[in-house]
Design a protein around this ligand. Structure first.
Ligand code: SF4
Ligand code: SF4
Length: 433
């Protein structure tokens, strides 16, 4: 039987109704010096040095950009060690041992509204670049590059759809700080000289609609911002889907949305823009979902970037009894990366960690049901790509356009035979470079 599905079972109820726990004073943090985009780095501090909150301690080098690295607590620089990153790889991290004084670096200061109103696009791009802001929904793409566009932007879209099951940190962020979200959006609109914006939420999230509509009406009557309720299917949060449903604009694969007069930012990134412009502050804190059926008390936590997930699990009362072998997923269950270790550190792009009882699904042979083909939002043929990977036939992988895969995970989710189809498509993408 064909299982065509753009719906996935949701587990947000585990965490979304609970107020966010604050965990802002950890004993130490581990700051990633490498990530998926930056392989090399320079550290400008050494073991034993004292650093302040927000102080630059080094720089990561990417292919075509550099990312300053900042301290997220005040304290003493410790050793460098290898820790898991969101990408599933172990990378170098530098420890900062907390002095529990929370001393702000002298470059952290508030700009007045008048000073902000006088900032040009170039000024804002420079601030956001210096503060090393990247896509905090998980993309990690440097925000200053998007903000520096010279294309005429007609609509800014804030993506607050958060379609991955289990995740509710964006939901709590909006509920608890709607003013910061909208102010961040206002700064983005100012930088891009754009008069229209949309905040896209999932249709079911009525409380967000109420809160945002009220804040816009009461505090920002001058802004032309609409709150758009989109569909409840997966992957509704994929940017291309957001533009299609919110604006009716179809962006072809490989084309930049800016060319079509639209630009999208994740809701956490909008708050990152607010912190950078208003407080001259890099991303030192974030909203984070700690959840999964192996966790006793799942919840959202506001934390310092660099916090150890082991400490967060302890905050959630640890693991359930007889949890057995665990599956640790960094990011959402559909698009995240899995490891078998909980020795993970929260980077600024880590939205969540999900720990599941590792039920060992036995893969069966493909029954050619076609479910993966019917469900793929990118209109690919995952089963054929899988077969091409097994034969190592690059020409066919290319002909089947495996490079268009957005790694949403739906093909594996719907597979009748429990085959990890997405893994094969990922392999095809890697083989195609
Ligand atoms: S092939 Fe890629 S885009 Fe299509 S369903 Fe699988 S993971 Fe999603
Ligand atoms: S890979 Fe799975 S979903 Fe796709 S055709 Fe085979 S059995 Fe069906």
């Amino acid at each position: 039987m064909i299982k065509k599905s753009r719906k996935v079972r949701d587990y947000k109820a585990l965490t979304k109704a609970l107020p966010t726990l604050r965990y802002l004073n950890p004993p130490s943090v581990f700051i990633h010096l490498q990530n998926g985009r930056c392989k090399t780095y320079d550290l400008t501090v050494k073991e034993g040095d004292h650093v302040d909150v927000g102080e630059q301690i080094g720089v990561r080098h990417g292919g075509f950009f550099e990312q300053p690295v900042h301290a997220t607590i005040s304290g003493t620089i410790g050793k460098i060690s290898k820790k898991f990153h969101r990408t599933g790889r172990k990378v170098d991290c530098v420890e900062i041992v907390n002095d529990h004084k929370d001393i702000l670096h002298n470059l952290i200061y508030d700009r007045t509204d008048e000073e902000i109103a006088a900032l040009t696009q170039e000024d804002m791009v420079e601030i956001v670049k210096e503060k090393s802001l990247v896509g905090l929904g998980g993309s990690g793409f440097p925000t200053y590059i998007k903000l520096a566009t010279k294309e005429k932007i007609n609509t800014v879209v804030i993506n607050a759809v958060e379609c991955e099951p289990y995740l509710s940190s964006d939901y709590r962020l909006i509920l608890e700080h709607p003013g910061r979200v909208v102010t961040g959006l206002k700064y983005i609109m100012q930088a891009l000289k754009c008069d229209n914006a949309i905040i896209a939420i999932k249709s079911e999230k009525d409380p967000l609609f109420q809160v945002l509509t009220q804040v816009l009406r009461v505090r920002f009557p001058e802004l032309n911002v609409k709150v758009a309720k989109l569909g409840n299917h997966y992957p509704q949060g994929w940017e291309i889907e957001v533009f299609r449903w919110a604006l009716g604009i179809e962006i072809p694969h490989g084309e930049l949305p800016m060319k079509y007069g639209v630009i999208g930012f994740n809701v956490s990134t909008a708050v990152g823009v607010f912190d950078a412009i208003k407080h001259n502050m890099p991303v030192i804190k974030r909203y984070f979902t700690m959840t999964g059926d192996a966790i006793k008390f799942p919840q959202n936590i506001r934390l310092r970037v660099g916090t150890s997930v082991k400490e967060l699990i302890a905050l959630c009362d640890g693991y359930i009894e007889n949890a057995g072998e665990l599956l640790v997923i960094m990011g959402g269950p559909m698009m995240g990366t899995s490891t078998v270790s909980d020795d993970v550190i929260v980077s600024k792009t880590t939205t969540s960690v999900i720990v599941l009882k590792n039920v060992d699904y036995k893969e069966e042979p493909c029954v050619r049901c076609g479910s993966c083909v019917y469900s793929c939002p990118a209109h690919l043929e995952p089963v054929q790509i899988m077969n091409a990977v097994k034969r190592n036939d690059k020409e066919v992988m290319k002909g089947l356009e495996a490079f268009k895969c957005i790694e949403c995970g739906l093909c594996a989710y719907v597979c009748t035979s429990k085959i990890h189809v997405t893994d094969y498509v990922r392999k095809a993408k890697i083989k195609l470079g």
